[in-house]
Design a protein around this ligand. Structure first.
Ligand SMILES: [Cu+2]
Length: 65
């Protein structure tokens, strides 16, 4: 399981945005997003470039913390 801190989430809408952004990345599965912790967790079915994740999160309007 991989855990990432996500900055900028303030409501369930943000949670869905982050969840969708992560789920759209090939190799990411079982995405969970915790609004209170400002954290996302997921499994990697194969290694994923951290820069790609950062870009996708940014595109969705959030930042890795
Ligand atoms: Cu929101």
């Amino acid at each position: 399981m991989t855990y990432l801190k996500i900055k900028g989430m303030s409501c369930q809408h943000c949670v869905m945005n982050v969840k969708k952004a992560l789920e759209a990345i090939d190799g990411i599965a079982n995405v969970m997003v915790d609004l209170d912790k400002g954290e996302a967790s997921f499994e990697q079915t194969h290694p994923i470039d951290g820069e790609l994740i950062r870009e996708k999160i940014k595109k969705a309007g959030y930042e890795l913390g």
